[in-house]
Design a protein around this ligand. Structure first.
Ligand code: SDX
Length: 426
């Protein structure tokens, strides 16, 4: 952290503020002392606000760079598996072979959920949105697991992190099975993390389920590409919830709720619905016009990003994976044709170029998930499953800091000045 200073000249005063420098990326101006001078910063939507210090993920939006613990996402997506990425996100370093085996064994042995959790699904209508079920059941986990709720004990924090990474696929598959009226499928310890998830999603008691290595690899890569993404809306939600001392399961349920919005994790579901509404390549210009129309709330789902003003490196890997899966499964999906043509047209259109709007991680993921046989309503559940490790890693990092305090933003008040209340004559 450098000892450079910024000087703020305001109302005839000179206020010196430290400038802090990290390993990479923007320097930050430390405004923590500004309150003493009678001012707050004002940044709705946090366009230019660093909420914390972190060592987990680095994004360079201009260059389209995404690093997890310093490792480029392109390398991790092609050369690691999801559990290796989980290990490094939680612990800070890539696992050795022995650490990986021990971690994988621990996760495998935590994949079952308390039998009482199955009863929760009896209360959900079959047509409940799977995210509604996931949000409710994730929060309920704290009513079953009491031996890891001391958030000040690093060992208990790591144990709850392992439990969540292990159990989210089981719960996600339960949400799907409930929605289609099929029996829940228990985890199988002989299967890999992604194979186990596919088996819990698609196997039925009536026949053996043969797991396609292509689909299992694609699933694992999708998990990796969604694992973490710096201080996005849902991760910031988890951090803020955790700053009050709430238990890990309640914090992750808050993250699930925040991710559900179509501007965030709900975009993959919204993107596929949009591609289906466009339907054919010849209707693309009509939707591009709607996206550009200020009076039309329609936006091109899967396009744009608060940070990336270049290609989202995850979208590039996702696009290649999309072609790989569809080719290997010999599927020709007209929606992919629409997506490719939509991407081509948008990237040549002045409106999108001027606003640096590129396809993001959600643009292609929906097409792969659809090819795998996952219904659109489950797309954000898959995103939440993948992102749980990122959420809990940030939660764990925040609580590891000595200076951790409750998050409590202030405001610009523009309401009524103080006035006397005139009670109704009764
Ligand atoms: C994720 O933060 C993360 O890291 C999130 C995420 C993660 O891994 O956690 O990467 C996952 O959430 C990816 C984003 C998924 N969302 C979508 O695909 C929904 C569609 N995208 C937009 O809603 C929007 O681009 C956001 C929400 C992603 C970003 O919004 P910003 O940064 O607040 O940008 P903005 O709304 O200020 O837009 C700037 C301009 C505006 O036009 P002008 O007012 O300048 O004329 O660009 C326009 C917007 O109208 N614009 C779009 C657009 N996105 C922005 N116009 C048409 N289609 C779009 N998709």
């Amino acid at each position: 952290m450098a000892d450079r200073k910024a000087t703020l000249q305001v109302d005839g005063n000179s206020i010196e503020l430290p400038i802090l420098t990290g390993t990479a990326g923007y320097d930050v101006i430390d405004v923590r002392t500004l309150g003493k001078h009678g001012y707050f910063t004002f940044d709705p939507g946090f366009l230019a606000t660093g909420a914390c210090e972190s060592k987990i993920t680095y994004i360079d939006g201009d260059k389209g760079i995404l690093l997890h613990r310093g490792y480029p996402i392109e390398q991790l997506a092609l050369e690691a598996d999801y559990l290796e990425v989980c290990y490094m996100l939680i612990h800070g370093e890539a696992a050795t072979a022995e650490e990986y085996q021990a971690f994988r064994s621990t996760i495998t042995n935590h994949t079952m959920v308390h039998q009482g959790l199955y009863n929760f699904f009896n209360g959900f209508r079959r047509d409940s949105h799977p995210m509604a079920m996931l949000c409710a059941v994730t929060g309920a986990l704290s009513s079953f697991y009491h031996d890891d709720l001391n958030i000040n004990d690093p060992k208990q924090r790591v144990r709850s992190a392992y439990r969540l990474v292990a159990k989210m696929p089981t719960i996600a598959a339960m949400c799907y099975k409930h929605s289609i009226g099929q029996p829940f499928v228990y985890p199988q310890n002989k299967l890999s993390y992604s194979e186990n998830f596919l088996n819990m999603m698609f196997s039925v008691p009536a026949e053996d389920y043969v797991i396609s290595p292509t689909i299992a690899n694609a699933m694992d890569r999708i998990f990796i590409l969604h694992a973490d993404h710096e201080q996005n809306a849902s991760t910031s939600t988890v951090r803020l919830a955790g700053s009050s001392g709430a238990n890990p399961y309640a914090c992750i349920a808050a993250g699930v709720a925040s991710l559900w919005g179509p501007a965030h994790g709900g975009a993959n579901e919204a993107c596929l619905n949009m591609l289906e509404e466009i339907g054919t390549v010849d209707r693309i210009p009509e939707f591009i016009a709607k996206a550009k129309d200020k009076d039309d709330p329609f936006r091109l789902m899967g396009f744009g990003h608060r940070v990336y003003k270049n290609f989202d490196p995850r979208a590039t890997v996702m696009r290649d994976t999309c072609h790989e899966v569809l080719n290997e499964l010999n599927i020709s999906d007209p929606l992919l044709d629409v997506a490719m043509e939509l991407e081509r047209i948008a990237l040549e259109d002045e409106y999108f170029i001027e606003r640096q709007l590129y396809p993001n991680v959600d643009f292609y993921s929906g097409i792969i998930l659809k090819a795998i046989g996952i219904p659109t309503s489950m797309f954000t559940v898959i995103f939440a499953l993948s992102r749980t490790v990122g959420w809990i890693s940030h939660w764990h990092e925040m609580l590891s800091e000595d200076s951790q305090r409750i998050g409590r933003p202030r405001q610009l008040y523009t309401g009524e000045a103080q006035r006397d209340f005139a009670p109704i004559k009764k």
